[in-house]
Write a protein that binds this ligand. Sequence first.
Ligand SMILES: [Cu+2]
Length: 527
Amino acid sequence: MSCRIITCLVFFVFIFPCAEGQFPRVCTSLTSLKNKKCCPIPKGFSAPCGNDGNRGTCQELIIRDWTFKYSHYQTFQKKDDRHDWPHALYHKTCKCNSNFAGYDCSKCEFGYYGKNCTQKKTLTRKNFLTLSAEEKDRYMRYINMSRYYISDYVVTLTPYEEINETVMANRDPTAFFHNISNYDLFVWMHYYAARDTIKPHNMTRADIDFAHDGQGFPTWHRLYMLAWERTLQEIGNDENFTVPYWDWTGNKTHCDPAICSEELLGVTNQADGTVNGKYFDNWYVICTSEQTYSLTKICDPTNKEPGLKRRTEKEKKDKVRNEGYTMTFPTTEEVNFALRFESFDLPPYGKESSCNFRNILEGYASTKTGYRFQNVHTLHNQVHIVLGGVMGDVPSASNDPIFPLHHSFVDRIYEKWLRKFNKDASVLSSYDAPIGHNKDDVIVPLYPVYTHQQMFKKSFEFGYDYEDVDGNGKSSDDEKKVEPISLGDCPVPCSKKSSKSSAVHAGMRLCGLLMSLLPIWQLFLGD
Ligand SMILES: [Cu+2]
């Protein structure tokens, strides 16, 4: 049955107008690129950006000046296409009014609906395990459909410099842009953000990642998940659909059989690691580590490898024995440990930082001590490693449809933190985080453009909520222990309560001094 549906879909390739992505196809004509303008006329309107309907105007694209001096990672500025994205191709884009959104202002901002985008709705992301059989299947059905619906975004493997030279010589650039299915677009965007620096001169640098290993990890993935969810809503013609979350804390070494079943996310064959199931007969992967290993060119998403793999139980045991990895899923206690940290992130705002929420959640700092040590992989990272296969390789991880379920749960933890501590984007560093991760940096390569700052807001702002998380970030899986609770080996933040006692004042000053020395101390402890 599933095979018949798939075969049928293969013969009917749909052109479907959805997804946030690389570049809108409509903006890759010679005229558009020559004018450095991406201001399309939406369907049903007669002016760019739907200006005749007061939806938006074509304006100068103002993003943070990518040539400014960052305190870290300066050496590769101007040498990686992503630094100037999307400004390398477009200087003018649509700026949408009120709740209108999208590259041509034909859509609504996240959370808004209706013809005039005035209807606000809050959808609930639910626990995958508590969904009805029909709802569970719906997720897989939409994911599967998204493999066969061609996006109205296109991707390019050509350096922007070459595109611009072609355009200046009045030659048609359309051959540089490739159609891609909606699912593959999301796989490719994750790869694109996470890949190593390639250009120019075939130089590579592995420690550049626009989505991971830094302050922007939660915000990058929040936008990515919202865009992916929106795409699935459009494909399913189901505006109430939400991506469920997979609470992996209830699992030990295997993915829960209620999720990883024949009917849903597939069963791992213990002989060779291949994933089998109703939706996996024709599964394929793109941009795998083997394909991107040489690092000399951008991955070609049309190069498809059949099948999907996850780590077998034997491979898990070998990894424990040979490399000392923990091959069990993280526990509720570990999640709650991360949620004790009021500091969102600390210098150097990359994977070396200690004693902060972001790096413990991402999984580079210990869930026991709070400190970063090499080869420590916890929470988010640990789940990727235990699952293995493409999930174990950051750039190609989204090839596994379990990725959105995992990241929906990671986003739920981020949301609990936002509600618990009630912080705004002023806690984000503007200059000292890795490139692509600073407060005003653009979230590469999701288009239209959003910054990390814009994604540092509670989920209600984007029209969604999590089942069983209240307005203060509390949920049934919170720790029951009463204060004081341990922050591992990390210093306890200084008390903010004022006191007239001079001894208390002196203590607070000393505490403040020690806290300010923490980043320096971390540099010694890090690698
Ligand atoms: Cu990721």
